[in-house]
Design a protein around this ligand. Structure first.
Ligand SMILES: Nc1nc2c(ncn2[C@@H]2O[C@H](COP(=O)(O)OP(=O)(O)O)[C@@H](O)[C@H]2O)c(=O)[nH]1
Ligand SMILES: [Mg+2]
Length: 491
């Protein structure tokens, strides 16, 4: 299924890390629905006061605690969000509510690690990976999944059964290794450090380039276990020490992670059982207190149930937006519509200026479609002097308007010969081109005025017609009711 045996190691490695088809599992359900509800309420508000931010953060706090995020972690997370949210300038195209969503999302991504974290490369071959964690967290299963994954990416792993606490543990790894088609090094009559050391040597003999060492766990962190792990670590000199944490671990995840961090020099985290009724708390908490990246997540018992961890996707999921980017795009669309509505009203009052025009041009650039501009901007085609304005014409118009002073933009009548030359020089156009834009804009304004006063518009004028209806449903009825009742009847 994922066999990439023919690839060179570097490609295989990249394929392994990027895992483009990573199907995001449905996880962290409680936090998801909670935050979804919060932002549902915030959405649709015009402006967010400081009290609104506080109210939002109270809900976020409850949601985080409910998902078993550690109390201290929650507090510092909310402080970071508050510091950014209160008094933050709302980005041009977002509503204040969307801005809060974005900040919470950004902060979550940061807390979860921002980037996907690839496995550390081998300092010397073979690459050495040590799996540690409490009993039942999923170490043995995860070791086998990782071996299978690396094998699929063209590597030659060797599994090492260094959990000598229970005989059954060795059997379990041998069975999993057989299923994965990966050799297992075992020796029931030795100590874990010696076994691990011997395994590294054996890997060389077998031509294996990765050694994955499974270790014993306990129900709780204890001295004997930690001493054993420290000894194994010295024997193996691992490139990675990966702590496997059961995603169902609640508040205690922080203590577990801290304990292992202090005693075993963790390099990364793996969260198992995210396919179950998993909560998000453990992942956020453990990531925050250890500062170690989450490298993989377990999403099933089978060998293929291990996925690369994507902070961005997880944060979006935590927010219950499915995809926050989509949400923000929608917010931008809503903002554009409001702006278009205001502009249309101004036009009808013949108060439309070059500044409004510039705003519209910028919006259109973001949307990247001239057709939409025409829909939202009654009279635009005529102002630009062509029925189908080109990008070039738009750029030229924008450059010219940018070279005007604010007062010139509001009152183009001010623009005399010398101002015209200055604007042309500033915008890299000719005075004739400036003149042309002024003329067309003035004409368009005049027509809009006539239109607004109910006089018959000149033939050929691009009326805010059906296209506008599609794009700007709130604009059109108002425009239509004033000047074109026929259009209204059709709706
Ligand atoms: N559903 C699910 N079960 C898992 C996952 N990872 C491990 N398990 C199960 O959790 C149990 C304990 O796993 P094991 O590897 O033996 O844990 P260990 O004691 O840390 O070695 C086993 O029944 C595994 O099948 C996972 O990602 N999803
Ligand atoms: Mg085990």
């Amino acid at each position: 299924m994922r066999s990439r045996g023919g690839y060179s190691p570097s490609r295989a490695e990249r394929g392994l890390i990027a895992a483009p088809g990573y199907p995001a599992p449905v996880v962290f359900e409680s936090l998801t629905s909670r935050l979804g509800a919060v932002f549902e309420r915030l959405r649709g508000r015009g402006r967010l006061s400081e009290a609104d931010v506080e109210a939002a953060l109270r809900e976020v706090r409850l949601a985080l605690l409910e998902a078993d995020v550690n109390v201290g972690v929650t507090r510092s997370f909310l402080e970071r969000v508050r510091a950014r949210a209160v008094g933050a300038e709302v980005a041009g195209s977002l509503t204040p509510g969307q801005q809060v969503v974005k900040i919470v999302h950004d902060e979550l991504v940061t807390t979860l690690g921002r980037e996907t974290a690839p496995l550390a490369p081998a300092r010397v071959l073979p690459q050495r990976i040590l799996m540690v964690g409490l009993q039942g967290s999923g170490k043995t299963t995860t070791a086998a999944k990782l071996a299978w994954r690396l094998k699929s990416a063209g590597k030659h792993p060797l599994l090492v059964a260094a959990d000598l606490q229970r005989p059954a543990a060795v059997d379990q790894l041998e069975a999993l290794g057989a299923r994965a088609g990966v050799p297992v090094h075992a020796d029931r009559a030795t100590t874990p450090p010696r076994l691990a050391k011997a395994a590294v040597k054996r890997a060389g003999e077998l031509g294996c380039d990765v050694v994955i060492v499974d270790t014993a766990g306990r129900l709780q962190i204890d001295e004997v276990l930690m001493a054993e792990l420290a000894a194994v670590r010295r024997a193996v000199e691992p490139d990675e020490v990966l702590l496997v944490v059961d995603a169902m671990t609640g508040q205690d995840a922080v203590n577990v992670a801290r304990g292992f961090l202090e005693r075993t020099d963790l390099t990364g985290l793996i969260f198992s059982k995210l396919d179950g009724d998993a909560r998000g708390g453990a992942a956020i908490s453990a990531r925050e207190v250890t500062g170690r990246p989450i490298k993989f997540v377990g999403v099933g018992e089978g060998l293929d149930g291990l996925e690369v961890f994507h902070p961005e996707r997880m944060a979006s999921r935590l927010l219950g937006m499915g995809d926050v980017l989509t949400l923000i795009e929608k917010a931008e669309a809503a903002w554009d519509r409001e702006q278009a509505e205001a502009a249309a009203e101004k036009m009808l009052r013949a108060a439309f200026t070059f500044e409004d025009f510039l705003d519209q041009l910028q919006q259109v650039r973001r949307m990247g479609s001239l057709g939409q501009l025409l829909g939202m901007l009654p009279g635009a085609a005529s102002a630009l002097g062509t029925a189908e304005p080109s990008d070039e014409a738009l750029s030229r118009a924008e450059a010219i308007i940018r070279s005007m002073t604010p007062s010139e933009r509001r009152a183009p009548k001010l623009i005399d010969g010398s101002r015209r030359r200055r604007i042309a020089a500033g915008s890299g156009t000719s005075p004739q081109q400036v003149n042309e834009l002024l003329r067309q804009f003035g004409e368009s304004q005049r027509m809009m005025k006539a239109f607004a006063e109910g006089r018959s518009p000149l033939p050929g004028l691009a009326l805010p017609g059906r296209r506008a209806q599609k794009m700007t449903p709130k604009v059109t009825p108002r425009v239509a009711s004033k000047a074109a009742p026929k259009v209204k009847k059709k709706r």
